[in-house]
Design a protein around this ligand. Sequence first.
Ligand SMILES: Cc1ncc(COP(=O)(O)O)c(C=O)c1O
Length: 398
Amino acid sequence: MQLSRRAEAIQESPIRKLAPLATAARARGMKIYNLNIGQPDVPTPPEFLQAVAGFTDPVLAYGPSDGLPELRQAMSEYFRRYAIEIEPREILITTGGSEAILFAFNAVADEGQEIIIPEPFYTNYNGYAEMANLKVIPVRTRAEDGFHLPPDGALEKAVTPRTRAMLICSPNNPTGTVLSWDEMERLAAFARRHDLFLIADEVYKEFTYDGARHRSVLELPGLEERVIVVDSISKRFSACGARVGAVISRNRSLMAAILKFGQARLCPPTLEQLGAIAAYRLPETYFDSVREEYQRRRDVMFDGLTKDPGIVLRKPAGAFYMIVKMAGVADSDDFARFLLEDFNLDGETVMVAPAGGFYATPGAGTDEVRMAYVLEAAKIERAMEVFLAGLARYRARS
Ligand SMILES: Cc1ncc(COP(=O)(O)O)c(C=O)c1O
């Protein structure tokens, strides 16, 4: 039977595609440090789990399509901590940030229209663009610049009569880069100049280091009609399996349209929204220890990697990922496979995500891998030794 063009075109996840090789390596008795996937190991707040366990209604019924009012209220209060005034009606709860991306794409652009995204980018944007029949237009950022935005000229070149939106992610997956306020203001001017929506994926909002604070696009003055925020509790409260996210915008007609998408899928999960309400009511200090822990891990990873003079890496300021560019590696897919199939250091190896899948430009990122620092610092320290030994062996072999 003939499948759709979309079904044929959708890309395999670069994060998960090496999983069978890892399974085989484990079966051979190998210990693997998993640096390939952004699954945090920080415990989900007990308050979340207790709220779910405390559900006593006899029927687990459908909830409202835009989410439980108490959750939207709790989120509105959470944003107030950052001096951002967002009304509950400007928040629509989604089934994870993933659905928020899908809804935002579908609301701003029609088939064949374009969304500009700085690359490398969170690989699933490709999948959602495919589902919405949109075209992703990448704008290249580079390891040497810490993956900050290129000059305005490069952004201008990406614009066509079909461009509808620019999508940014800060703090960024996969680079860890946090955009500066100057960069955000440049983006605001760019969006105004070309009459574009500015979609911002802010699911790593709390994860900023060295005292840096993330500024939201919701803080950009005069951009109320253009700004759409993709949000999620997956990383914020280490609750990836809950599948609770949100799409946030002050643009009333856009939110009314998104509500119709929401109605088509009935409602987001009820029990997990109850957990999310409890999590949002945690004091702000909850994030202090989480942030400290990730900063320590980032430092250990960065210090470990930069021992190799052939690695290009600027210290990332947020999220929990790094894109690592390596001299002597021309095909990081092959290198990641080598680590799992042909290498070990005293019975240990590492699993990384080849970065090519985070780019839309063919051939880009083939000398890079993405690493996530989602293991304890001591394990990351050892994983870096193993990784550098593997890199040295690979270079010698090639
Ligand atoms: C940048 C970014 N956006 C969105 C998501 C999707 O998150 P969710 O689990 O809320 O669907 C992820 C998940 O890793 C992510 O890294």
